[in-house]
Write a new protein. Sequence first.
Length: 339
Amino acid sequence: MEPVIWRDGRVELLDQRLLPQRVQWVHCRDYRETARGIRDMVVRGAPAIGVTAAYGLAQAVRASRASDRVSLLADLHAADAVLRAARPTAVTLMWALDRMLAVAQRSLDIVSELEKEALAIHQETRELDQRIAQAGLAVVPPGTRILTHCHTGGLATGGTGTALGVIMAAHRSGYGISVWVDETRPYLQGSRITAWELQQAGVPATLICDNMAGYFMGRGEVDLVLVGTDRMAANGDFANKIGTYSLAVLAHAHRIPFYPALPLSSIDLAMSDGRHIPIEQRSPQEVTHFRGMPVAPAGVQVANPAFDMTPHSYVTGIITEAGVLRPPFTRTIAQALGK
Ligand code: MRU
């Protein structure tokens, strides 16, 4: 199933908020509705957000009434600002928008070139995911009991996934793996989507609450931790779904290998380390309610950072389409990016 479909100027988003109980699509008729779909997490996962935003810009120029190039570019930049502000942490969003703007600057037929570029970004995501999955197999010995967090499958990328793509590839290749699935409070991407996809694929999987990871690690029942990434700094520090940092510390304490998997487009060389990665703060409602049902006292004070930052010192290696990068990451990341 695809998280996002381009249909002749309309962006169709699979409503991931309703999974797994309901499969329902949201029809975004213009870039503002597409930006809202990103902001409200109809679509989520860093690479899928980037693909969706690229389609949003294609929508904006298509719908523009501008009669000259200068006004068309002005409309494009207005849409870019709205889409760029939709979610602040996943750098693939900015990367995809930058790429679209660069194409617009050098195109004669901006409308058709931007549509082509958005489709190309989507197609490349599919191809990169395959390469990430193949590269990741090198860190998964047969019989590995893998712990994963959040959801990093095809619905989070538009392809076949990053960390979950590695897991699915290992399963299909007969590695005899099994998976511990963190439920991933507060949005429950793990229990609602990862557990569902693993179940459909026939991968042996056990759902646990986030606070159970240490228990199973302490019992020697976790061999490997695989997670995704929303933004990685030049030194290998990275932001990912809230709870990733705690897992990294636990894995380190139990000497369990810990790998993020990501496309190189998730690396932001403008950040020398992870301290300055913007961390999205989301609505208290996500913590106090589940699908409209209160699970906390009314009026309670709430903190809801959607991501945390894991220092590179806890990272065993970085799985990318260019292979598994090893420390020192500042050097191997720069090499992988050809810098
Ligand atoms: O808030 P979300 O659901 O968009 O967060 C998703 C994650 O943190 C993923 O791990 C990350 O985007 C990588 S997806 C391949």
